[in-house]
Design a binder for this molecule. Structure first.
Ligand code: GLY
Length: 373
């Protein structure tokens, strides 16, 4: 079964996110109506080896002239140097504004190719074909594109919505288990933000429950991706530029980002998804500590995250100082005018933006977390 979710609202041109199994083979037929000229498929070396041939064959069979442009795998490709090289190749291929970029890969490829598409000749169309769970449920939808600088991640970017997103569940079968579980953190996050019934299903370990998705069950993954995309699309449709409600999608991210930064963004120690999972557990416990959320809800969040093989305690990630973490959190680019803004929760499925969070209370909370009390 194929599900189509519309992303519509605000100032951008509406587009569809198509979720289903075996979609890569039909990619060309979906891209052909958008491609007036040629197509360049931007991908990384790993994904090129796994899915590059299938994507090119499908585009060519649909009459869309296509070639591959490959970047090295990993966050290092989200750089000015790689962006310049990609745009230079696009110019050398003599692309023009009638052409379409296809971003085939995970979040790094999507962010880099999306930014190249936003900048090339003041903007050309691009199609997202996310090949990781994290990219399918989060980064491919919503039009955030970016590269990193030595001063921080995602600091240079543009909002540039794709014309189409094609999320093929079958490509997740080749994902390393740790990456799949990392993407699952963003799935759990969507339930925690605004859909308690979805979270209940994700926690359900029975045959018809969603918990099997974290271990790669395709039927559970498909339903989880569809619901995540529905939730994200609705939020982006209301608030494309993150003036309000879109900030809720950062649940777990301010804690998570501080932890990742302290670890030098070393994905071998902690992946982004693991940091988000740990960040969600901390955000719920901090909410409970402040009397905002019932403690048993925060405890359940931790139990469900742990059951998915994801971290819930700081000592699982490394050794930290509370002051260093709070320093990172107040320096977070989501902080407004030096005040600490955090996404907290009233209960599962009811996240909210808390402004003016007391840094001293946060430090005391993290000290308790770090001492295990
Ligand atoms: N990943 C958060 C957002 O797209 O807004």
């Amino acid at each position: 079964m194929t599900t189509t979710v519309s992303v519509a609202g605000g100032d951008f041109r509406p587009y569809e996110v198509v979720v289903g199994r075996g979609l890569l083979a039909g990619l060309g037929a979906r891209v052909a109506p958008l491609a007036r000229g040629r197509t360049v498929v931007i991908t990384d070396e790993t994904v090129a080896g796994l899915h590059g041939k299938a994507a090119l064959a499908s585009l060519k069979a649909a009459g869309v002239p296509a070639r591959l442009l490959t970047v090295p795998p990993g966050e290092g490709s989200k750089s000015f140097a790689e962006l310049e090289r990609v745009i230079d190749r696009m110019l050398a291929f003599q692309l023009d504004r009638t052409d379409v970029i296809v971003a085939l890969g995970g979040g790094v490829v999507g962010d880099l190719a999306g930014l190249a598409a936003a900048l090339f000749m003041r903007g050309i169309d691009f199609v997202q074909v996310p090949t990781t769970l994290l990219a399918q449920v989060d980064s491919s939808v919503g039009g955030k594109t970016a590269i990193d600088t030595p001063r921080g991640k995602n600091l240079v970017g543009a909002f540039h919505q794709p014309r189409l997103v094609v999320a093929d569940i079958d490509v997740l079968a080749t994902l390393p288990e740790r990456q799949l579980r990392s993407g699952w953190a963003e799935v759990l996050k969507h339930g925690l933000i605004c859909d308690a019934a979805f979270f209940d299903w994700l926690a359900d370990t029975s045959v018809s429950g969603g918990a099997a998705g974290a271990a790669g069950d395709p039927a559970a993954l498909e339903r989880a991706v569809v619901r995540s995309v529905e939730i994200k699309s609705a939020i982006v449709g209301e608030d494309e530029k993150e003036a309000g409600r879109r900030a809720l999608l950062n649940l777990g991210h301010t804690f998570g980002h501080a932890i990742e930064a302290e670890l030098g963004f070393d994905e071998t120690k902690l992946t982004h998804g693991e940091a988000v999972a740990l960040g969600c557990a901390l955000a719920f416990r901090f909410s409970a500590a402040g009397g905002l959320c019932p403690p048993d809800e925060a405890e359940r969040v931790g139990t469900v995250i742990a059951a998915a093989g994801l971290p819930t305690r700081l000592d699982q990630a490394g050794a930290f100082q509370s002051a260093a973490l709070v320093g990172r959190m107040t320096g977070d680019k989501k902080a407004e005018g030096g005040r600490l803004t955090l996404i907290l929760a009233r209960r599962i499925g009811e996240a909210f933006t808390a402004k003016d969070v007391d840094a001293a209370a946060l430090t005391a909370f993290l000290d308790r977390e770090l001492s295990g009390s």
